[in-house]
Design a binder for this molecule. Structure first.
Ligand SMILES: [Mn+2]
Length: 311
């Protein structure tokens, strides 16, 4: 349910950490009520990635679903919710997201939490379908990983209210389709193809010729300045010039909030109008919020956070 609120508290990736979520909500002045955590004059915007990793999968979903259903929050979908839908959707070969050892492991906390309650799991998956892939609100934009206007324009014509349906999920699970490319970019990040013959090793030691980039970096001269994740070393490829055809986020555009990138350190905006609120609560980092009051220039003073509990 969308309410006409002008004031939003944006909250980054939660990944099954309910106790930190409750602390952050209370810190922001939300109080538990019969319709969920609520604030008299503000609304939460969740950036997705509620699930996987942490021990409190069901408690996080209980809080988030109640807030969204009762108008205390709105939310976009994260790549983990997208993956969960694909994991649970059968196709002729098994499932849209294969039940491989790697995928099962990544999804372990969620699967275990709902092991004995298929009905509750079905309700949760149904809720995931209700989450739009992006939000373009009067004064701000929200997407899990990358605001790429051409992908959003392409999907706008195919989706009802920016929401997935099962037909689109099937198409989006097939590499090379328009739906696959667009949703990969929005939910997992924008990738550039490195020049022919140039590869780098990813964190698992696999050679890669596609590289995720910092689409918010307008002044980057080299590929090295654009490389993601933040701690990656792409070797000699780092000194190659930044691609000229990258869709960069203009400094005059509405502020855009993202999650997804497992940041560390002191929360701060990435640019004047892009802020990432994922500070790795599931890796002993922080759960971060941004208190937005309508400003078009984002400032560090508007960030707030709680540290991860020790479990
Ligand atoms: Mn993510």
């Amino acid at each position: 349910m969308l309410r006409e609120s002008e004031l939003y508290d944006l909250i980054g990736d939660i990944h099954g950490h309910a106790s930190e979520l409750i602390k952050l909500l209370e810190h922001l002045g939300y109080e538990e009520s019969t319709t969920g955590y609520a604030h008299p004059s503000r609304q939460v915007v969740f950036l997705g990635d509620f699930i996987d990793r942490g021990r409190e999968q069901r408690e996080v979903l209980r809080i988030v679903m109640q807030m969204v259903r009762n108008g205390h929050a709105i939310s976009v979908m994260g790549n983990h919710e997208f993956n969960a839908l694909a994991y649970h959707t059968p196709n002729e070969y098994g499932f849209l997201r294969p039940h491989s050892g790697k995928n099962r492991k990544q999804h372990h906390a969620f699967l275990e939490a709902f092991d004995d309650d298929p009905q509750a799991k079905a309700e949760v998956l149904d809720f995931f379908y209700q989450l739009p892939l992006w939000l373009d609100l009067p004064g701000l934009r929200v997407v899990h990983a990358c605001w790429q206007q051409s992908s959003i324009d392409a999907l706008s014509g195919l989706l009802d209210g920016a929401r997935l349906d099962e037909t689109t999920l099937v198409k989006a699970s097939s590499e090379g389709s328009l739906e696959y490319e667009a949703i990969e970019t929005l939910l997992k990040g924008y990738e550039v193809k490195l020049p022919t013959g140039v590869v780098f090793e990813d964190k698992d030691g696999y050679p890669r010729s596609l590289m995720r980039v910092r689409w918010w970096c307008r002044d980057a001269q080299t590929l090295g300045e654009l490389a993601l994740p933040f701690d990656i070393d792409i070797g000699d490829a780092g000194s190659l010039p930044a691609p000229s055809d990258m869709p960069l986020y203009e400094s005059s555009a509405k502020p855009c909030f993202i999650g997804h990138y497992w940041l560390n350190g002191d929360p701060a905006p990435l640019t004047n109008n892009v802020a990432c609120l994922d500070y790795s609560v599931a890796k002993r980092g922080k759960l971060v919020a941004y208190r937005w009051d309508g400003e078009s220039e984002l400032t560090q003073a508007k960030f707030t956070f709680v540290g991860a509990d020790s479990h």
